[in-house]
Design a protein around this ligand. Sequence first.
Ligand code: C5P
Length: 243
Amino acid sequence: MSALASRDRLIVGLDVPSVADARRMVERIGDAATFYKIGLELVMNGGLDLARDLVGSGKQIFLDMKLLDIGNTVERATHSAAATGATFLTVHGHDSKTLRAAVSGKAGTGLKLLAVTVLTNLGEDDLREQGLTASPEQMVAHRAALARNAGVDGVVASALEAARVREIVGPNIAIVTPGIRLPENDAGDQTRVATPQVAIAAGADYLVAARPIVAAADPRKAAQIFVESIEEGLSLRSLGSSG
Ligand code: C5P
């Protein structure tokens, strides 16, 4: 994955209220970004047509659907998602049945599956409530191994977990990292944030950023700054590996 261009490693989260707003945002950002994430809010409101249109205009799409259901439903939903031309789709990585159903649903398509290990808004108490005794870090490690064994293409992990996840999944599974902030940005509701340089140096392949770009006064400029920071992170990574 080291051959990926810096610009193609930035995924801009289209966390805006409507498809019309999303189309305007993509236009404003122009060629400063090539990859967009469409989540549940937009999907409930015309987001799949938007995904098809953006694919048609040469953009890459991450459908953040976080699937979790019986195997038959997950398999068929994954197959339908692939028909949009999306590059990435998320599935919850709680169990091998769900993961393997999604893997068979994408067979023969160009879609890549990302497993969500533990949502970043969940802490130790929330896992207890679910009857789980492991810490969030232990659950992330456990589920990263399940994801690897099920044959997914990538894992969603915070920058703080990226290095540990890399040890578990090896070099060929992508690590996609949300919660990215430039030093001047507000963290908002994210608690485990990192700069692009730190996330990339820790082994992330792709970064997801929404508010720091779509809520910026100049979203195009903000995307350009992110791409430059990714470039710096890649240099730090190669310095680290050479010495
Ligand atoms: O605005 P911000 O950059 O914090 O948005 C991050 C995006 O990544 C949001 O769309 C959020 O839903 C998503 N995400 C996340 N943490 C995860 C998975 C997805 O923040 N574990």
